[in-house]
Design a protein around this ligand. Structure first.
Ligand SMILES: Cc1cc2nc3c(=O)[nH]c(=O)nc-3n(C[C@H](O)[C@H](O)[C@H](O)COP(=O)(O)O)c2cc1C
Length: 159
């Protein structure tokens, strides 16, 4: 048998070859005393642990608030969220969206990227420009709308 494959056979049709992704977006208030070094420690842990569990995403920190987008296998995302929920470094955790669907990851190369509020729009718009399917576009639009609604202030003093 020939090892040759037609290019079109490598093109995934809708849903084919794509992972079932659990994804969530929450916001929370940083606990008193959480500063840049403390956030750097959180991100260092995330970047060490998340790849082991197949989790990718981004963390926005500014104005004393966190926003975090987490995507990966359902059980892994649920277990991580339970740990994050208990973490005393933040409080008033509010789930903004939690869904599951078959599609590509929004941020396949980011085990957990720290983004400032001033950079989040261009990051999401870049991702939108390269989005290949309607579900990915919808997920990104949801995030954009959420950030616009909450209007984290990039000029805040605690950035
Ligand atoms: C805002 C915020 C985001 C976090 N994000 C992650 C994350 O993406 N991955 C991760 O492993 N830990 C993350 N953590 C840390 C977890 O809450 C927890 O400390 C870590 O998973 C270790 O858990 P353990 O002490 O129960 O082993 C985050 C903590 C906070 C406050």
């Amino acid at each position: 048998m020939s090892a040759h494959r037609d290019a079109q056979c490598d093109e995934p049709g809708p849903g084919h070859g794509l992972p079932l992704l659990h994804q969530l977006l929450y916001c929370s208030r940083a606990a008193a005393g959480i500063d840049a070094p403390a956030v750097a420690r959180i991100v260092a842990t995330a970047q060490r642990v998340n790849p082991v569990h197949g989790i990718t995403g981004l963390l926005v920190w500014g104005s004393g608030m966190f926003f975090q987008w987490i995507e990966g296998p359902r059980d892994q995302v649920t277990q991580l969220m339970a740990r994050i929920h208990r973490d005393p470094r933040h409080e008033r955790v509010v789930m903004l969206s939690e869904t599951e669907e078959v599609r590509e990851r929004l941020f396949p190369d980011w085990s957990m990227e720290l983004v400032t509020p001033g950079d989040i729009r261009p990051v999401l718009q870049d991702a939108l420009a390269s989005a290949k399917d309607a579900k990915t576009t919808a997920a990104l639009c949801l995030m954009l709308a959420q950030f616009d609604a909450d209007r984290m202030d990039p000029g805040a003093a605690d950035l």
